[in-house]
Ligand binder design. Sequence first.
Ligand code: SF4
Length: 321
Amino acid sequence: MTTQLISPRALSPRRVRELQVEVRALARTRDAVILAHNYQVPEVQDVADFVGDSLGLSREAARTDEAAIVFCGVHFMAETAAILCPDKTVLMPDLDAGCSLAASITADELRAWKAQHPGAVVVSYVNTTAEVKAESDYCCTSGNAKQVIEAIPEEREILFLPDLYLGVWLERVTGRTLNVWLGECHVHAGIRPQDIVRWQEEAPDAELLVHPECGCASQCMAFGNERTHILGTEGMIRFARSSPKRRFLVATETGILHRLRKEAPEKVFEAVSERAICKYMKMITLEKLRDSLRDWRYVVTVEPEIAERARLAIERMVAIA
Ligand code: SF4
């Protein structure tokens, strides 16, 4: 079974190449670095300077020498880059590329939650707005969430937000009790337990790679099964590259398949659910990327007072491997 990677509007291979040449030329003259998330459409991943998860891209943003960063991802990621690089221009090709998970908690809701738990340490998944990060002690990604929780003294109460399923998984792997916000990503929550069951029956030779944002039931079915691995997107890539196994089933947004196939071309990768497509990630197209560089739009900024408070939490995230 093959998986079609869906672009909003299919461009001919020739048009893709023309646009990619135009984008690379503009990036050079504009002194811009192009960062693309693992869930971006293949033609955008292929023209980027760096492709990675939120943590990897934050690190690249922090160390880049270019004057501008074009962020091909969703809004909170561009905000994070703007916070980490206040002296650079951060551009985003489409400001409407949001995130259902980031939208599941506001700064007001977090302040009210903190008031109910005075003294608790607040750990926010990176999929949050800058205002929510400004109310947080630590940020984390799926790639380092376990290490971040383990870095907090055992006696401290922890508020973890906004992803319920990542929070449940963290309780399991760290043995800590967390207060978990009941948010979810509609894409990962939509990967159903029956998708996992079907594949476990139909592909007994395959390793199953499950993102920790996936629904609780899907995760639970994965435990106690040595062929199943709960991993963030970069963890999936590392695992697939080093594993002696040949076939992998992937339970996360389908954009990751392009990167996996490039990084381990001799192996076979299939989506557990071909419906696992993030419409926000797919809003970024080659044409919008070209327009962004050409017309210098859309500039993402964060209010200095919010940025200053959010920066500490983000820098802690970037520092914890
Ligand atoms: S896949 Fe989910 S968490 Fe990721 S950007 Fe889309 S809505 Fe947000």
